[in-house]
Structure formats: C-alpha cells, structure tokens
Design a protein around this ligand. Sequence first.
Ligand code: FAD
Ligand code: NAP
Length: 554
Amino acid sequence: MLSLTKSGEIVMTGSIDVLVVGAGFAGMYAVHRFRNLGLNVKALEAGDDIGGTWYWNRYPGARCDVPSLEYSFGFSPELEQEWDWPEVFSAQADILRYANHIADRFDLRRNMQFDTRVASVEWQDDTLQWKLTSEAGEVFEAPYCVMATGCLSVPIKPEIAGAASFRGEVYHTGSWPKEPVNLEGKRVGIIGTGSSGVQAIPELARQSGHLTVFQRTPVYTIPANRKRMRDAVQQEFREHYREIRALQQVNAGGVSNFRPRKSVRRTEEAPRVPTRLLDLTPEQRQQVLQAQGLGALLAFRDVNTHPEANEVANTLYRETVRRMIKDPATAERLLPKTYGLGCKRQVLDRDYYETFNRDDVTLIDLVETPIDQITDTGVRTTSERYELDVLIYATGFDAMTGALLRANIRGRDGVELKQKWADGPVAYLGLQMSGFPNLFTVTGPGSPSVLCNMLVAIEQHVNWIGDCVTHLQATNQRTIEPLPGSEQSWIEHVNSVADGTMYTAPTCNSWYLGANVPGKPRIFMPYVGGFPRYRERCEMEASNGYPGFRVAKD
Ligand code: FAD
Ligand code: NAP
C-alpha cells in the first residue's frame, strides 16, 4: 500500500503486493505503473543499477536500430517534451542516460533493490504468494510476481576446448565492463558476426592494433542511418506525439513511421517502392538499389514470403557486397549463401564491409578452418595460430526463455517451468502460463516482443498486467492463470502465422528459433502476426472479463 505522509511524501507501508524481477525498461515502467495504481511494489535487479540491455551492452559501437524518437516511452507527455535525443538512432550511452533520467525523474530506485539476482521463484499453495529467494539467500514474498527479466539478457559463450586457459583479457559484448577497456596497440580477436559483432567490429578495428574476426556464418547487414538529430524534426515529433503513439499502436512493428511534414527536406522524402520485387525488371531492380541502397530490398513484401523473390534479393545483395570489398576471396567469405534475407533479425551497420578493406583486420572463415582450440595465448584453428591479447565473444544470448528458466520457477504443486517448457515455451499471449498463477512475463514467448519496437511492447504488457491486477482486487479474486486450452490454441496460432515466412524456412537457424543454443527445442518463439492484432486479442480478454483465464479465489 502507498500512504501519504504529513510532508506530502508517498511512502510504502505494509507488505509487498507486487515483486518485479529486473530493472531494465520493463522493470522500470512496472515500478512506476504499479506504484501509481497504489500497489506496494519492489523490483529486484542482478546489476548494480537500472537500464537492463543498455546497462550490460556497453561494447564499442552498441546502439539502437529503432529511431530514438520512437524507441521511447509514451506514458508521460512531460517526459516526451523534455528529453533531447542527439542522434536519429541512439548510441548505448544516450539510451542509458535516458533510462537514468526516467529513474531519477520518477524516483524509481526507491522501490528497487540492486545486486540481487533472483535464484528461485516458488508458488506457495497455502498462502497464495510467490516466494522469491536471491542468490544471497534473501527471501521476498508477494501475491503477484512480474518477470521483467528481458529477452536478451543471458549472454552465452560457446564451449570451445581450452577456453579457460586463455591468459589475455576476455569480454562478452552482452556483459561489457563499466570501466573503459583500453585496446590501443593490442591484438584483438572477436568471435561472432551477429548484430553485436557487426556493430563492434568497425569500432574495435579503429581502437585496436590488429583485429582478427572469427566468422562462422556471414551476415546480411545494411547501412544504418547515421544522422544527427535535427532540432526541427525533434520539435515536430514533440508536437505530434499523441498522433505518433496512436500510429505505433496500429503498426505491425510498433513504429509510427511518422514523417515530419514541416521540417523534412524534399530530398529526404522516401520514394515509393512497388511492394513486389518480382514485379520489377532486372534494370528497375538495379535502379532501386542504386537510388536507395541495400535497405531497399527489405521493403519488398515478397522478399519475406516468396522463396523466388527472396533468392533474387539475396543475389542482388551479394553482387552489391562483392563491389564493396577489395579482396575477392575476403568478399566471398563475407557473403551469406546458406540462408536468405529475412531469416534472422535484420542487422544494421556502420562501415562493416569497409572495415575488411583495412590492412589491420583479418577475417577467418571458421567453416573453412574451424577453431581447434583456444590456447593460453590465442586461438588455434585447424590451419593457423592467432596470438591475441584480448578475446571478445559476440556470441549472443539464450534468448526469450533463458532468463526465465534460469530463475528456477516452480508453480502449483511444485511443478517446474523447466518441465512445462521441456519441448519449448508454452504460454498464453506471452503473458502467463497455466499452473503459474499471478506470475506474469513481460514480452514473453508468444508475444510480438522482439519483433516489435520493444518499448511499445513493454508498455502494452505492463499496462495490461496492471489492469489485470486491479481487476482481481476490485472483484475480490485472488488468482489468475490461463486455461490450458487457451494456451494450447494460442501456441497453435503463433506457429501457424510463422509458418511460410522466411523466419521458419528450413535453411534458417536463428535465435528466434532457439537454434543458437545446443539442445534448445526448435520453436519460433515470438508472435509474427503483428502488434495490432495481438494487442486487440489482449484487450478483448480484459474487456470480456478474462474468458481465456481461470480467475478464482484460490
Ligand atoms: P532487459 O533490458 O534485458 O532487462 C532485464 C533485466 O533483468 C536485466 O537488467 C537483468 O540483469 C535482469 N534480470 C534477469 N534475470 C534476473 C534475475 N534472475 N534476478 C534479477 N535480475 C534479473 N530492442 C528494440 O526494440 N530496438 C533495438 O534497437 C534494440 N537493440 C538492442 C540492442 C542490443 C545490444 C540488445 C542486447 C537488445 C536490443 N533490443 C532492442 C532489445 C532490448 O532488449 C529491449 O529493447 C529492451 O531494452 C528490453 O528491456 P527489458 O527491461 O524487457 O529487458
Ligand atoms: P547473435 O545474433 O546470436 O549472433 C551471435 C554470433 O556468434 C553469430 O555470428 C554466431 O554464428 C556466432 N557464434 C555463436 N557460437 C559460435 C561458435 N561456437 N563459433 C563461432 N561463432 C559462433 O547475437 P548478437 O549479435 O548478440 O545479437 C542478438 C540480438 O540482440 C540481435 O539479433 C538483436 O535482436 C539484438 N541486438 C540488436 C542490436 C541493434 O542493432 N539494435 C545490436 C546488438 C544486438 P552462427 O550464426 O554461425 O551461429
């Protein structure tokens, strides 16, 4: 409960109503939202401060691929008006500054406990409470638990023989140190060429003495927008933020695509592109590429759904990249050939291909010459030894389910989430699991989540959960959990909309499918049916009194 003191300060009294795990953007907004609903909320965070992704991923080059003016919260018009974004697509440090501003402005840290990793989350059948135990053995109890543990918050390193023997510095992009890392004059090696590797590689090349890139699968990457923010554009966004937030709600990816009308120069207007690549002649395709660059390929709808269009786009992509790389053998190694555009999360870069034209950068193709062993002084492949001072893993995350499963969640009758999800995640709307009453997941598997502008997805989920808890309290109910049938039919729907897209093509191996973690069931985890359709389904549940759920007094 919240009470007002004589001096006008709002303080928490009594026991905790809602425990939130995680203090990234989801945990931060959850604290704000639940507090405003008059609930006593406490967030537990493994790190020593707020920010989540933007706290942990401080590697050189880390940044957002959603425009900053859209990758921002919409719950506070004042916040929208007072924040200045320096670039169109923000760097990690600016997003973390934004997160800190929010934490300070809304005094969020008052309801947060840091350096507290939750080691177990157990439902108490007798008290109808969740019992959370930290790694240090501290115990917290509350009737509601919100897992705001992030989709990309568990960095993973592959098992490579000899890895522990390396005597140089070792870093993972997903848990980069807070302290500056000095790479000057050093021999640096990096394993991994996904989004993180592609962002880091050009910066690491600039900062180090020599960079060796160990690549297993080449990536499709397109040049990022590198523009500084123009005051006039920012101002126009501020004037139209209510319209923009409404547009985000009806866009499949939660992005308004608002085009400033007054402040945009005519040359910046996006030329109209036909929706099907196959409708264009070869000459027209070249013209589009020349005028708009590689990114244009992604605008054609059939590239994502039609194998022939996809292969045309892949070929055009390869032809373009070949022209960018001086050494033909290096170019061939950099070209993705085993899967198509649209299978993985689209990567954006700044100078990625150009970096391989530098004399102080070496590309090693691990398909030609796999890593044999990591030694005390570097990496040995089947053909060479590479002496290194620093080894960087850009090898990704145990995505979407990793943080939830590591929290050792046990529901009714002691049933483990690990058991329930042995064949892949089963949840209703990516929000709740049957057998786990009053436990909510923010941007969980089966919701649009990572296929959406995540701040839009987070706000929608936290608002829904807040409304749900309010409903339970108003109707004197004590628990809510999905009916097994709703869960099952939702999973079938999630799978059916993903089928036939490039995301689930047989040649595709992405973290969306769990393919980057040995032994993880191959299931397409996020909901590809679009944010509006999904949001309407959630709203329908709430407005009809939660028909897909069991709402009860026990
Ligand atoms: P997180 O930010 O991951 O926060 C989860 C928090 O939970 C972490 O701080 C973690 O320490 C904590 N936690 C986890 N388990 C426990 C536990 N057991 N006990 C205590 N604490 C725990 N999304 C976009 O929409 N656009 C982008 O351009 C974009 N770029 C990204 C770039 C990178 C490098 C990465 C890794 C992700 C990116 N994302 C992007 C996704 C990004 O994760 C989300 O946008 C958003 O920041 C997620 O916020 P969150 O609070 O849900 O999760
Ligand atoms: P990732 O996409 O999973 O890439 C991991 C890389 O490591 C891949 O190149 C992978 O190669 C390689 N790898 C893994 N195990 C290996 C091994 N044993 N040997 C050699 N190489 C190995 O992870 P990520 O780059 O960290 O990105 C994850 C997600 O975070 C992104 O998809 C995105 O959603 C988010 N992100 C976004 C941005 C942004 O631009 N906004 C930036 C960074 C991250 P294989 O492909 O062969 O497995």
